[in-house]
Design a protein around this ligand. Structure first.
Ligand code: XMP
Length: 512
């Protein structure tokens, strides 16, 4: 185990991810709960994260003293470097040259951290984000790299195996950073690198069993990858103490409900309640055209239906969710003393409070692509794992204006043709998300000598790594022409097709 002591950086989880990629298990512990981590986790190496505080101010976080005396290798990153220097008797000052973003470092001395990556005299790009800087080294340390704003961009005390960098090796903007972290865990700490997603699976199963005991768990299946992977993993841990609830709100794509139900009931034999709430949702949406009101109506009804089904099952103690790391806003609270504030985004928003449920979130340390690896490990079908994300409010937010069952049928048909063409062209896996939108606009056309007056369909496809930013997908005109022709010919009610070339920002991926 590598122990990562968190000082509240926004990117601490990326350190854990890089360590995982190096095939080594790690645990993140907030600095103020790290006191007993040495006995509890018996780590073989320690990484100190960055953080928003300044060591020049009193009362700011420090690493526990045993970090310096336990004999383990330590890597300090950013704030981690500063607290290492401050705690070992060096000097840190605030407010000189602030460096944010890309910076260039020059390697001034070789060290084990740089082996096979950088030699003395090399320059390379790194990512900096700091206001304070080290001004005097503790005894035993040497400088190994400098930058314009950080004369101590990297330092080392090789005898004690203490290393520190002012830049962030865990982010992709430091192109060789992952190799530095690999050097730290392999060369310096001597860890084997044989940890895999199979280990994650078995250790999460142990954790779920310990958390849940003999209590009952319900999980809301959305049809997406995350809730499916979470549910299959939990079922593996606690068997039929888990019941999945799949609410069909009638706003799904064609075939989606059947796929999910047959996967869970058929392939996995996991208890599943399939609620047909199509009428309830559609009548509640009658006359609603404001996007926020649509979302709120759907969210509220979803909770009502889910709650009622859970009650029929005799209640539950835990709610399972497929929350991923990017959904989690986790921060260490500095102002209020030793307490840790953890805010999490609830996929089934509002439920846990209302039903007094505790959460089981086995994927909260993972990124989307890692969830897909775990899904494969659990044997989920490849077609299911590679699915594009689909929003909770479903097709309702892809029909600007009022939602009717007629419009839903038109949209489903157009959408399925579009996706069929994408799959045929072998493009599905290169696209983050692709879908059709049915516009509340009618235009005039001519079909077989007759006048038509029908809806416009907009096609959307984007590339993205996390859904936070996105670019439109660059289809060939040939592809767009072929797809538009098919939609106009085959879907009654659409006589015009347009392609959306808006990026995010300034647009969003969905239209509402
Ligand atoms: P936007 O439209 O905000 O979408 O650029 C970013 C990503 O989030 C998905 N999305 C949702 N997912 N519930 C969800 O589970 C929602 O209410 C919701 N709204 C948007 C969207 O499909 C895209 O992947």
């Amino acid at each position: 185990t590598v122990l990562i002591i968190d000082f509240g950086s926004q990117v601490t989880q990326l350190i854990a991810r890089r360590v995982r990629e190096a095939g080594v298990y790690s645990e993140i512990v907030p600095f103020n709960r790290a006191e007993d981590a040495l006995e509890r986790l018996t780590p073989k190496a320690i990484i100190l994260s960055g953080g928003p505080s300044s060591v020049t101010e009193t009362g700011t976080p420090r690493a526990p003293d045993w970090v310096w005396t336990c004999g383990l290798p330590v890597l300090g990153i950013c704030y981690g470097e500063q607290t290492m220097v401050a705690q070992l008797g060096g000097g840190v000052e605030g407010g000189h040259t602030r460096e944010f973003g890309r910076a260039e470092i020059e390697v001034t001395d070789a060290c084990a951290l740089f082996e096979g990556v950088w030699a003395k005299g090399d320059t390379d790009q790194v990512w900096m984000s700091h206001g304070d800087r080290v001004t005097r080294l503790p005894d035993g340390f040497k400088v190994t790299a400098v930058s314009h704003g950080a004369p101590f961009a990297a330092i080392a005390d090789e005898a004690r195996k203490f290393y520190a960098v002012q830049f962030h090796p865990e982010v992709v903007h430091t192109p060789r950073g992952a190799e530095l972290i690999s050097n730290f865990v392999h060369r310096i700490a001597g860890l084997a690198g044989d940890w895999t997603m199979a280990h994650f699976r078995s250790s999460e199963i142990e954790k779920i069993r310990a958390q849940v005991g003999s209590a009952r768990v319900i999980s809301g299946l959305s049809g997406g990858v995350d809730s499916a992977v979470a549910s299959v993993l939990i079922h593996e841990a606690i068997g039929d103490q888990l019941t999945c609830i799949f609410v069909d709100h009638g706003l799904l794509r064609s075939g989606e409900a059947d796929e999910v139900v047959s996967l869970f009931r058929g392939t996995y034999n996991i208890p599943l309640v399939h609620v047909d709430a199509r009428e309830t949702f559609l009548s509640a949406l009658d006359g609603v055209s404001d996007p926020e009101q649509k979302r709120k109506t759907i969210g509220r009804l979803f909770i009502d239906v889910f709650e009622e089904e859970a009650r029929k099952l005799g209640g539950a103690d835990f709610l399972a969710q497929g929350t991923l790391y990017p959904d989690v806003i986790e921060s260490v609270s500095f102002t209020g003393g030793p307490s840790v504030t953890i805010k999490s985004h609830h996929n089934v928003g509002g439920l846990p409070e209302r039903m007094n449920l505790k959460l089981v979130e086995p994927l909260r340390e993972l990124f989307k692509d890692e969830v897909r690896v775990l899904g494969r490990e659990l044997g989920l079908p490849e077609a299911f794992i590679g699915r594009h994300p689909f929003p909770g409010p479903g097709l309702a937010i892809r029909i600007p204006g009022e939602v009717t069952s007629e419009k839903l049928d038109i949209l489903r048909h157009a959408d399925s043709i579009y996706l069929e063409e994408i799959r045929k062209a072998g493009l599905y896996d290169r696209i983050w998300q692709a879908f059709a939108v049915l516009l509340p606009v009618r235009t005039v056309g001519v079909m077989g000598d007759a006048r038509t007056y029908d809806h416009v369909c907009a096609l959307r496809a984007v590339t993205s790594t996390d859904g936070m930013t996105a670019d439109y997908f660059d289809f060939s005109h040939d592809f767009l022409g072929r797809t538009a022709t098919r939609i106009i010919n085959e879907v009654n009610g659409i006589n015009r097709v347009v392609y959306d070339i808006t990026s995010k920002p300034p647009g969003t991926i969905e239209w509402e």
